[in-house]
Design a protein around this ligand. Structure first.
Ligand code: HEM
Length: 193
């Protein structure tokens, strides 16, 4: 097979989802104090993206499907051991550790958004505005704290995610960030899956 041959791996929805998620997440993270309206809209964007990504994980093309990259913990651990030995096999779709991280990111991004909508509701705004009348005002402080902890934990996951992407790009001498932009990866060796 020609070593320059490319194969389509990431469909347009996954790529648009990813880069809008990156923009929405960082805009929301850095506008939390002073730019409340922008913060709220960036949060809604992120929430909508994650809600749309979930069905796409069942009906989307092969490498977008959860069944393509969600693997049992023992497979993830074995993959990480292989990474430590610098012998991790190349995957065309998400590798087992990347897949586990993606699920963690989706869950924590979702929880961060839901806690944010709850804080807003307790302030009498947004889709849960009715909460203000029925819940004790002490919940507002509690949910604000929960929202902040979840956002910071998600940021930590994002750093690990970027570290994993860079490590795998180096291990397999391929630019995974560019692949998430163009959708294509090289088809020259025999990837595991
Ligand atoms: C500039 C920062 C970022 C870069 C360079 C980056 C890069 C990438 C790359 C290259 C992939 C594909 C990994 C693979 O080849 O298996 C990916 C997937 C993913 N990333 Fe990021 N990422 C960044 C920030 C983020 C952030 C902030 C989030 C979430 C808050 C995020 C969530 C995800 C998710 C959910 C996927 C899976 C995509 C899908 O299958 O739908 N990333 N990222």
């Amino acid at each position: 097979m020609n070593s320059n041959e490319q194969v389509r791996v990431w469909d347009p929805f996954v790529r648009l989802f990813h880069w809008l998620l990156v923009a929405g997440f960082f805009i929301a993270y850095f506008t939390e104090d002073d730019l409340q309206t922008i913060h709220n809209w960036a949060g809604y964007l992120v929430l909508a993206l994650v809600v749309l990504r979930i069905p796409w994980g069942f009906i989307g093309p092969r490498h977008a499907r959860f069944s393509d990259f969600v693997r049992p913990p023992r497979v993830v651990i074995q993959y990480l051991k292989n990474v430590a030995r610098l012998q991790a096999p190349r995957y065309l779709g998400h590798n087992p550790a990347g897949g586990a991280m993606i699920i963690a990111l989706l869950i924590f991004v979702l929880l961060t958004c839901l806690s944010g909508v709850t804080v807003l509701g307790l302030e009498g705004e947004g889709p849960l505005a009715a909460l203000k009348a029925s819940w004790d005002h002490r919940w507002e402080d509690i949910f604000e704290e929960v929202h902040e902890v979840l956002a910071n934990f998600t940021l930590l996951l994002v750093f690990l995610h970027i570290g994993g992407v860079l490590l795998e790009s180096w291990l397999h001498r391929e630019n995974l960030v560019r692949a998430m932009v163009t959708g294509d990866k090289r088809a020259d060796d025999t990837p595991v899956e």
